[in-house]
Design a protein around this ligand. Structure first.
Ligand code: OAD
Length: 242
């Protein structure tokens, strides 16, 4: 049977679907991925900037990098992959979308039950007291500071060496354990702890599916690997299911 039809069949009988997304889902919107073909790491070394030590040493450089990404993300729109996931959410009784993406495109497309594992690039918080900050950031007038403690304001995303938001991670782990189908889409599946979620799902009996343009360390462990672009495969899937 055609692989997509195999998945359609599975989803028709699923009442608890969990989906983990990564940068590949936003690639068709024009947001560069970190790894893989055309990945940002071919041009920059984000791990050198996306860490607390880099922010302590040269916050202005880190802010410059995030301002550039914010500017880019402000101009993009959800693509067919995001919209297909909105359709999938409507058809199963329990649906959880856990994303490593910080670009807000799932929420913008209309997905409801979204867990942001790595934060949201449009939000800010204090580097010292951790309080969220709602101030508009204007880098031209110096580095932004916290109204409460005068600490430096930083983007509210998870950096290398930092823990994920506890509640988000717990919810994601629970969803992985309880789902009957788990879909890993457009993620290189190498950054922990998100990378463990598909294995957790499979260990708890879920049917594990991966959609990616390239093979990842997860591919050989899946029940079904669909090679191709998320925006095409998910679109086709949602058309079959509608
Ligand atoms: P990566 O950039 O590591 O991986 C993107 C994956 O998407 C690769 O495996 C590509 O093959 C695949 N891909 C590219 N275009 C695709 C398409 N159109 N359809 C399907 N797949 C496609 O992104 P993540 O796995 O999300 O963390 O990266 C995980 C984390 O690493 C990020 O959240 C970020 C980064 O460091 C932090 O910043 C903390």
């Amino acid at each position: 049977m055609n692989q997509i039809l195999t998945l359609v069949n599975r989803l028709r009988h699923s009442d608890n679907l969990a989906v983990l997304t990564g940068a590949g889902v936003s690639a068709a919107s024009g947001v560069p991925t970190f790894r893989g073909q055309n990945g940002l790491w071919k041009k920059y070394r984000p791990e050198e900037l996306a860490n607390p030590q880099a922010f302590r040493t040269h916050p202005e450089v880190v802010w410059e990098w995030y301002s550039w990404r914010r500017q880019l993300i402000r101009q993009v729109h959800p693509n067919a992959a995001h919209y297909a996931l909105v359709e999938l959410e409507k058809m199963v009784s329990t649906f959880t979308l856990m994303t490593q993406n910080v670009d807000n495109l799932h929420q913008l497309s209309g997905s409801i039950n979204v867990i942001e594992l790595h934060g949201n690039i449009m939000k800010n918080k204090c580097f010292s007291c951790n309080q969220p900050s709602t101030e508009d950031i204007h880098l031209g007038s110096g580095l932004p500071r916290c109204k409460l403690c005068d600490g430096l304001i930083r983007p509210d995303v998870v950096w290398f060496g930092e823990s994920l938001p506890m509640e988000a991670l717990k919810k994601a782990q629970l969803a992985a354990m309880e789902c009957d189908v788990f879909l890993a889409v457009g993620t290189s599946a190498v950054v922990e702890p998100a990378a463990s979620l598909p294995y957790l799902a499979k260990a708890n009996g879920a049917y594990l599916v991966e959609i990616n343009t390239e093979e990842t360390p997860l591919s050989s462990k899946t029940d079904l690997f669909l090679a191709g672009a998320a925006e095409q495969i998910l679109f086709e899937l949602s058309e079959h299911i509608k």
